[in-house]
Design a binder for this molecule. Structure first.
Ligand code: G1P
Ligand code: ZN
Length: 550
């Protein structure tokens, strides 16, 4: 092993005041991140927030988007200069978010730096992001992200070593001064973990059977290598089952966001008239989201979470029962119904995975998820796209009925939560603030107001007290609750990089069998109208239609 000599420098800078992490790490345009000292400031601020950094192990990798490799070179130089002991680096700089999370705990690391802007567009004109996960493999809690932000706002210098360009592609051990770098296979640990959770034998039988076919859209993002290795190489699905499997720095110019709006190729395949696959799935930029489809059928993420919970007994790792479940506040209450029947707790948390971490660590929950195409379990402290796909495959292998029938039977047993999310993207920040101020002012006047069949029972601004550490998170979205279990939620996105994005979440609950197969937007039309009216959307932001409907 060569020991490369190093020369460390301290660079004086002016602090950056805009490094406040959002729902999931710091996200800015690539251009913003490339401006002098910007990335370095955020990394140094992470390092300064970790009292036990010296001599520690950190995991490093990203979703392969534009600037991933350059950022890794910079971070390696800064880690050496800041006396990090060891870096576990995904080969070619590639690690999916769930795989990185697992490696943090596998290697007893102090944490991990994940380079990703998730489902945001990539490429030179796209977005970049940096997330920090702590020793439990979970996203940094608010206390830590606030401290990183404070440090960045006052930082006047950072330390960097000029390493000879590190080759990221060759597996092996490298030594830079006192710091070692281990370049590891990005997929191996993860696929072993999946094999320990699911019944790979049963799934392999399904995937190799003549009566079954699936299409997995990796969206030219990080899940490609994981999905090819597990689904095709290990479980025997025919070559070509994984489409768009090669991670590209610009994701092929498309949004790597697995939903009906952005996974167009998969949707077209699942709605084609001939040779329609029985099962369709997609994952996002960094591999933590998933979309599930059947032949001419779309499963909403909220329903998917409920169905996973209701069928968990079929999966080896969860066959002894699940402890509890959690969903983010805007996620539909479908999983609540399952939890109630099973007699387990169901927690309602603010949006963002970090709020699940404490519950997972305290063994209060086994499964959790969000309406934004994210589901996960206690196997890692992040949401996990491919895990959800394997979960569905395992259910299909056991139950031997179609995706659609699984969902229909679920609704028959628990009722159906019709659900949609309307996004108004890139609206002026001022207009968004005015809309919310207007809503806050009217909040108290809403209860008891009646709109057609719907009467408002309660309206509040969601506030969460963490049941484990009692930390408080305020202003997590406006909730309007109706008598008949219907809900409308308004919140602003915390992951965008331009302007503001208004998210409107609309839900209604039905138990009548003959009301189960209405088109979602039609079923929710009256509530959509009420939402538009209450927030005065057209007037406030001057938009007639949402930009994305999921
Ligand atoms: C969005 C989703 C949220 C998810 C986050 C990161 O955040 O709504 O559920 O945890 O991306 O994937 P938002 O932009 O709404 O703040
Ligand atoms: Zn993601």
């Amino acid at each position: 092993m060569t020991n490369f000599s190093i020369k460390t420098e301290t660079i004086a800078i002016r602090p950056f005041k805009d490094q406040k992490p959002g729902t999931s790490g710091l996200r800015k345009t690539v251009k913003h991140f490339q401006s002098p000292h910007y990335l370095e400031t955020f990394i140094q601020s992470i390092f300064n927030s970790l009292p036990t950094l010296k001599g520690s192990t950190l995991v490093l990798g990203g979703d392969g988007r534009y600037f991933n490799r350059e950022a890794i070179q910079i971070i390696l130089g800064m880690a050496t200069a800041n006396q990090v002991g060891k870096i576990i680096l995904g080969q070619s700089g590639i690690l999916s978010t769930p795989a990185a999370s697992q490696l943090i705990t596998d290697y007893n690391a102090l944490g991990g730096i994940i380079l990703s802007a998730s489902h945001n567009a990539g490429g030179k004109a796209g977005d970049f992001g940096v997330k920090f996960d702590t020793a439990n493999g979970g996203p940094a809690p608010e206390k830590l992200t606030n401290s990183i932000y404070q440090i960045a706002s006052h930082l006047t210098s950072y330390k960097i070593a000029h390493l000879a360009h590190v080759s990221l592609d060759q597996l092996g051990h490298y030594q830079y001064g006192d710091m070692s770098v281990e370049i590891i296979d990005s997929v191996k640990n993860y696929s072993t973990l999946m094999g320990s959770i699911f019944n790979f034998g049963r799934i392999a039988t399904l995937l190799t059977s003549d009566d079954f076919s699936m299409c997995f859209d990796a969206m030219n993002a990080v899940t490609g290598p994981y999905a090819i290795s597990i689904l095709e190489d290990q479980l025997g699905a025919p070559k070509g089952t994984v489409i768009r499997g090669r991670p590209l720095p610009d994701f092929g110019g498309k949004h790597p966001d697995p939903n009906l709006a952005h996974a167009k190729q998969l949707v077209a395949t699942m709605y084609q008239t001939e040779n329609t696959p029985h099962f369709g799935a997609a994952s996002d930029g960094d591999g933590d989201r998933n979309m599930i489809m059947g032949d001419h059928f779309f499963v909403t993420p909220s329903d998917s979470l409920a169905i996973l919970a209701a069928n968990a007994h079929l999966i080896p790792a969860y066959s002894k029962g699940i402890k509890g479940v959690a969903r983010s506040m805007p996620t539909s209450a479908a999983v609540d119904k399952v939890a109630k029947k099973m007699g387990i707790n169901c927690f309602e948390t603010p949006t963002g995975w970090k709020f699940f971490s404490n519950l997972l660590d305290a063994d209060q929950i086994t499964l959790c998820g969000e309406e934004s195409f994210g589901t996960g379990s206690n196997h890692v402290n992040e949401k996990d796209g491919l895990w959800a796909v394997l979960f569905w495959l395992n259910i299909l292998a056991e139950r031997k009925i179609s995706v659609k029938n699984i969902v229909l039977q679920h609704w028959q047993e628990y009722g159906r939560n019709y659900y949609t999310r309307h996004d108004y993207e890139n609206i002026p920040v001022d207009a968004a603030n005015t809309l919310f101020n207007h809503l806050y002012q009217h909040l108290e006047t809403l209860p008891k107001q009646q709109f057609g069949d719907y009467t408002i029972s309660d309206a509040d601004d969601f506030r969460y007290e963490d049941p484990i550490d009692q930390s408080i998170s305020e202003k997590q979205g406006i909730r309007i609750l109706f008598d008949n279990d219907a809900r409308i939620i308004f919140r602003l996105s915390g992951t965008g990089t331009e302007g503001a994005t208004l998210r409107v979440y609309i839900e209604k609950y039905v138990t009548n069998n003959n009301q189960f197969e209405i088109e979602t937007q039609t079923a929710l039309a009256p509530l959509i109208k009420i939402a538009t009216h209450i927030a005065d959307i057209k007037q406030q932001i001057n938009r007639d239609e949402p930009t994305v409907i999921t």
